[in-house]
Design a binder for this molecule. Structure first.
Ligand SMILES: Cc1ncc(COP(=O)(O)OP(=O)(O)O)c(N)n1
Ligand SMILES: Cc1ncsc1CCOP(=O)(O)O
Ligand SMILES: [Mg+2]
Length: 212
């Protein structure tokens, strides 16, 4: 069967996460290290700034054929001709996005509580974010720290592609993949690394070993 979610290493990036460096250059280094999906997550930009950043990032990513996902903002996603969008429970709902954005090729939805798995929103999504797997200072307004047991529990309840996010790094990659994640989403272990390409490569190597 055609794998509609073939991605393994997912960079989630904002300008503020990149320690003063150009976020497009950091994203490019991450792609060279093995990132195969990128989400632009700008929590404090105006819609205009968000769109301009998305367009810059999109231009770079297209040269590598790496899809762009936009966090939260449906208008920016549509205007930037992104591949898709990622939303959580307090954002625009996946069912609404499906009904208005026919060109959406990847819709991600954060799972913060088990009962979300039974909802139409989860069912109409292309992948589910296990959010967060481990506590992280990058996002503190979280509900459940799922841990490895949480990944196993969710894995047993759904066939949807599972994206693990929250304090993922090269040291815990093997455990997270073996617990049942399909893809790992990373902010600081790549964006704050002195060498983002090498950091991405190290996580990618661990993923490849775990799925071999
Ligand atoms: C891949 C992925 N998974 C989870 C999240 C978190 O989304 P959300 O719960 O909407 O929180 P914010 O990112 O909007 O703060 C994500 N962005 N990406
Ligand atoms: C956006 C998001 N959603 C759940 S945890 C998280 C942040 C993950 O950041 P880091 O990889 O630095 O822990
Ligand atoms: Mg959100």
């Amino acid at each position: 069967m055609l794998n509609l979610f073939p991605y393994r290493l997912y960079l989630v990036i904002s300008e503020a996460d990149c320690a003063g460096r150009d976020f497009v250059r950091v994203a490019e280094q991450a792609v060279l290290g093995g990132v195969d999906l990128v989400q632009l997550r700008e929590k404090h930009a105006t819609p205009d700034e968000f769109l301009r950043k998305a367009e810059r990032l999109q231009t770079m990513l297209q040269t590598y054929h790496v899809p762009l996902i936009i966090n939260d903002n449906l208008d920016v996603a549509v205007q930037a001709q992104a591949f898709g969008i990622h939303v959580g429970r307090s954002d625009c709902s996946p069912t609404h996005i499906r009904s208005v954005w026919k060109g959406c090729r990847s819709l991600g939805y954060s799972i913060e509580q088990l009962d979300q798995l039974e909802t139409q929103d989860a069912q109409c999504s292309d992948c589910l974010g296990i959010s967060p797997v481990f506590k992280t200072s990058t996002k503190t307004d979280t509900v459940t720290e799922w841990g490895l047991d949480g990944i196993r529990t969710i894995r047993h309840r759904t066939d949807k592609p599972l994206v693990a996010i929250g304090h993922i790094n090269a040291a815990n990659t093997g455990d997270v993949m073996r617990a049942g994640a399909d893809c790992l989403a990373v902010v600081s272990a790549i964006c704050q690394a002195p060498n983002p390409q090498q950091a991405a490569q190290e996580i990618r190597d661990q993923i490849d070993q775990a799925v071999r």
